[in-house]
Design a protein around this ligand. Sequence first.
Ligand code: KG4
Ligand code: ZN
Length: 342
Amino acid sequence: MENETIYILAIESSCDDTSAAVLHNKSVLSNVVATQKIHEEYGGVVPELASRAHQQNIVPVVHQALRKANIDKKLVSAIAFTRGPGLMGSLLVGTSFAKSFAMGLDIPLIEVNHMQAHILAHFIEDDSMIPPTFPFLALTISGGHTQIVLVKDYFDMEILGKTLDDAVGEAFDKSAKILGLPYPGGPLVDKYAQLGNPLAFPFPKPKVNGLNFSFSGLKTSILYFIQRETAKNPDFVSENLNDICASIQFTIIEILMDKVKKAVRQTGVTQIAIGGGVSANSGIRKALKNTEKEIGWKTYIPKFEFCTDNAAMIGIVGFLKFQEKIFTTKDVTAKARYSIGS
Ligand code: KG4
Ligand code: ZN
């Protein structure tokens, strides 16, 4: 089986990125992502606009992925697609496309859980990445998700904690919006934070039991703080932007790291793999890397293009399921709520 040549065409359309990838076994031949700019005007993802954009993008994105990989669609061994979780209208576009493609070419169809894919992206074969060994803890942090997962095997995962309200990316983006920064503001908060004092303005950390997270209280306390300070000095934000961003980022990272440390204590597992768009954050990368030196953890940070929403991560799950002959029947439907454990 190992030497067999498998080509997987993979589709991701769960939120606002339309993506298609072609994998040759565990290697990525192409990974095309069409990011929908339209949502910037609205300060967040508008579901109806997202599904319309997926509808327009899906065929050209798939063509481009096949062209870049330089393979004919007749060589594709199976098609993998994101079944959920995500926005229903967005998922339907990818699901319908994948089903038609599989039927047209009479090849197997493979459903993929988007959250599992963020974690299994670490197994893509790439010179820049070393895969973790089982068991490891996965911290998936993005605009839509915040989870700590105990990964015992490729398809044996247990969610130890998750957010009870906003995702961590939303906490970054909503804080940025309060500061008047454009959407998505996470990367900008990170940029200014690197120039500021993280201890300038202390924000309270939420008290949440177990390994769950909460970020909505932080957003509210930032809002009240900014309202109070700008009432005294209308230029407060512009005069202190770096320090405000550094303080917000510091608090968010403390919240994340406190729970990861707790998960390590609880499980005894000291291998930590991160995924999701927020893993691009310089502060979280630094905090994780420091644990390698200070407490002997081993941390895994994938290449950025495999952290954000992308079809290559769907493709690697497709390949792993293909090897196990885990296929999906063609009457499968999209699933907006879809837990890793289900
Ligand atoms: O994984 P992703 O591309 O899409 C999903 O949400 O699934 O993640 C996007 C999120 C946004 O909230 C964005 O602000 C955040 O990741 N993000 C960052 C950084 N880069 C992206 N947040 C903080 N620091 C960054 N450098
Ligand atoms: Zn995602």
